[in-house]
Design a protein around this ligand. Structure first.
Ligand code: DGL
Length: 276
């Protein structure tokens, strides 16, 4: 890893892999380090201060591995920690480093998907309570109404590999019903948590056919392409040998490896990262 300058991808757990897969498809030439804070996931129900502290610790680990650029592939961290990191923390360590989130690039395009101008946003408690999607979507699409629903049990089901099992159906249906009760006009549902695409098939099965479900991976990947085109000073720093490395803060890496392997063509063997 010496001399390598990979792109860092961070999530509280395995959800960020749904974004990483899209990024690696579109930009296979770069080196990447993925870090999942599985030992402390889920972040969604935690306080602002805790989410900021955990996210910043992990971002610094990625900086220490040589990453000049880190993508927070996590809506909760993007909603609760990104601004403080960008505006305060970076200058205390290295102002040339960059950290990007997933909420703004999604808000920039999501209004293009709806005909009825009513969007449902599904996210963690932290993301929903932050109101970030309400604010950001209103900025870009003032004529769109956003209906939010938090789904606090979905990430625990996914992190515990229960999402494909019949037991998860009850909670999939429960939160979708709560969202749809808010408006009959919703024609687009944004999965505003990077874990949720793992439940996408079940989600779609419980929705009427006219409602479109949108995952963020491809949107965030395209926005990273645009970012690197606009920032040649960053692009030129990044090393390009097409290497992917994976770290998890969980001391048992088996679950992470099994799931991550299903996302990529080659088997994933992650390493345990012990947070100090
Ligand atoms: N994958 C994360 C997100 O996009 C968060 C999940 C969590 O740890 O609660 O919000």
């Amino acid at each position: 890893m010496v001399n390598k300058q990979p792109i860092g991808i961070f999530d509280s757990g395995i959800g960020g892999l749904t974004v990483f897969r899209s990024i690696a498809n579109l930009l296979p030439q770069y080196d990447y380090v993925y870090l999942g804070d599985n030992a402390r996931a889920p972040y969604g129900n935690r306080s602002f201060n805790t989410i900021h502290q955990y996210t910043w610790e992990c971002v610094q680990e990625l900086f220490a591995m040589g990453c000049p650029l880190v993508v927070l592939a996590c809506n909760t961290a993007s909603a609760k920690a990104l601004r403080t990191i960008q505006q305060q923390d970076l200058k205390t360590v290295d102002p040339t480093k960059r950290v990007l989130g997933v909420i703004r690039p999604t808000a920039e395009v999501i209004g293009n998907y709806t005909q009825t101008k009513h969007i449902g946003v599904l996210g963690t408690k932290g993301t929903v309570q932050s109101g970030s999607y309400l604010l950001e979507i209103a900025n870009f699409f003032p004529d769109v109404t956003v209906h939010q629903q938090s789904c606090p049990l979905w990430v625990p089901l996914i992190e515990n590999a229960e999402h494909d099992k019949p037991g998860s159906d009850y909670f999939v249906k429960k939160y979708l019903d709560q969202l749809l009760e808010q408006s009959a006009d919703i024609d687009t549902i944004l999965l505003a948590c990077t874990h949720y695409p793992l439940l996408q098939k079940k989600i779609e099965a419980y929705l009427p056919a006219h409602i479109r479900v949108v995952a963020q991976g491809d949107i965030v990947a395209q926005s990273l392409v645009n970012y690197l085109q606009r920032h040649p000073e960053m692009e030129s720093k990044l090393s390009k040998t097409g290497e992917k490395r994976f770290f998890t803060t969980s001391d048992d890496t088996t679950d992470f490896d099994n799931l991550a392997t299903s996302f990529f063509t080659e088997p994933v063997k992650s390493s345990f990262l012990h947070l100090k």
